[in-house]
Design a protein around this ligand. Structure first.
Ligand code: GLU
Length: 446
């Protein structure tokens, strides 16, 4: 339930941003946690921090014209929403997907503000992207699109201004084309302007793995707080992209077994534990489908159009996309024995889903805490670029594990302090809000 102290703020956001339903949802989830904060710290109301935090500092929308392989002109729409820079330069990924519109970018940017604050690193929040679909496009087409996109976006970026990275549809290939064009039009080899770079040209080790690894580390921290661990647990992971892939790998390192994952075509159930190197080969190298994975691995079932949440498990890690785990799915998970959900994607659980999981006593960690390892490692990449240094894999992974343990402790302790023990939603929202809100008060009316 939304507190009467914050209800008017939510109504105003919905009125001022018509039709942006995912943005409304993300704002509502945060505001639902803030009643007790306003009661304890009246200065946030006096400085109108809630109204200000819900309004992006800057929003850029631009035309992206490019030519496809048949010589035909294509037009896409590009976005960058620079949401909040109280803690550092704007930071957040770019998503290329046909469904992207302003509401997607604003919900992701809003989430990013709190997520980045939770990492404790000096990064503000932003998000961007385009309604471009890289699926089925050739390398030349992807390059043409990326070059046109950056030819407009570069003027808004800078290592002290705004630092994009990848998100769905933007991996190391796209990042290369984007960075190459930035370098060309600015005549600067400004490594720190983009993260998730290839490791041959300024990228940090572990950045590729970081979001998925971080989610597994976070789930393990939650289990540790209950006196358990991932060791011996069965897990189900949705998706089979970058986040899912490395979440699966780290769950296996930590002793768990991932028995199912999914893509838009269906689900594979692999009781022996998903083979990460085969999955990487099929999905990342060949850009193929899970069906191909199942064909090459004996004993694996492929459920065409199946629902991954119907597979009984101890732990569920939604790592695909927003609103992929509904109330119906939450019920299926509870019925299948699931006791913990940690979000690897951004806002993958619907409000109904979250409510049902919490009512059933399932430990639930929101994405802004559980998937913060990606952006935290981006901040480590910025550190390495700024000092013209590069760290080893092991050292960087250790830093990531420490950061995830730190985020867990912060959320856990904040929930205790506010009288809602083990409520990671409240803990994450309140702790993130306090960090950004305090900085905003200190910086004055800007
Ligand atoms: N897109 C990722 C996220 O959702 C990473 C952003 C970044 O590294 O800047 O947090």
């Amino acid at each position: 339930m939304i507190d009467e102290r914050v209800e008017p703020f939510y109504d105003e956001v919905a009125r001022r941003n018509p039709g942006e339903v995912e943005f409304h949802q993300a704002v509502r989830e945060v505001l639902e946690s803030l009643g007790p904060v306003l009661a304890k710290y009246p200065e946030f109301a006096r400085h109108k921090i809630i109204e200000r935090i819900c309004e992006p500092e800057r929003q850029v929308i631009f035309r992206v014209p490019w030519r496809d392989d048949r010589g035909e002109v294509q037009i896409n729409r590009g976005f960058r929403v620079e949401f909040n820079s109280a803690l550092g330069p704007y930071k957040g990924g770019l998503r290329f997907h046909p469904s992207v519109y302003l509401g997607t970018v604003k919900f992701l940017g809003f989430e990013q503000v709190f997520k980045n604050a939770l990492t404790g690193m000096p990064i503000g929040g932003a998000k961007g992207g385009a309604d471009f679909d890289p699926k089925g496009r050739s390398d030349t087409e992807v390059m043409a699109f990326c070059q046109s996109f950056m030819t407009e976006l570069f003027r808004h970026l800078g290592e002290y201004t705004d630092v994009p990275a990848g998100d769905a549809g933007v991996g190391v290939r796209e990042s290369g084309y984007l960075f190459g064009q930035y370098k060309r039009v600015t005549n600067r080899y400004e490594s720190g302007v983009l993260t998730g770079k290839g490791t041959d040209w300024g990228g940090a080790l572990v950045r590729t793995e970081a979001t998925g690894y971080g989610t597994a580390f976070f789930a393990n921290e939650m289990l540790k707080a209950q006196g358990r661990s991932l060791d011996g647990m069965t897990c189900v992971v949705s998706g089979s992209g970058n986040v899912a892939l490395y979440a699966i790998e780290k769950v296996h390192h930590l002793g768990g077994r991932v028995i199912a994952c999914s893509d838009s075509g269906g689900v594979v159930v692999d009781e022996k534990g998903v083979d990460v190197s085969l999955l990487t080969q099929v999905k990342e190298v060949e850009r193929g489908r899970l069906r191909d994975y199942a064909e090459r691995r004996p004993g694996v079932r492929h459920l065409e159009g199946g629902n991954v949440w119907d597979v009984p498990c101890d732990i569920a890690l939604p790592c695909a996309t927003q609103n992929e785990l509904t109330g119906r799915d939450a019920r299926a998970l509870v019925a299948g024995g699931c006791t913990l959900v940690a979000e690897g994607a951004n806002m993958p659980t619907t409000p109904d889903g979250i409510r049902l999981l919490r009512e059933a006593g399932v430990a639930f960690a929101p994405g802004k805490a559980a998937n913060a390892g990606g952006v935290a490692t981006s901040a480590l990449e910025m550190q390495q670029n700024a000092s013209r240094d590069s760290w080893t894999f092991d050292y960087t992974e250790e830093r990531l594990a420490d950061i995830m343990a730190g985020i867990h402790a912060l959320c856990y302790e904040t929930a205790e302090e506010f009288g809602v023990p083990s409520d990671y939603v409240m803990g994450a929202n309140i702790a993130g809000f306090l960090r950004v809100g305090r900085a905003m008060v200190a910086l004055g009316l800007v």
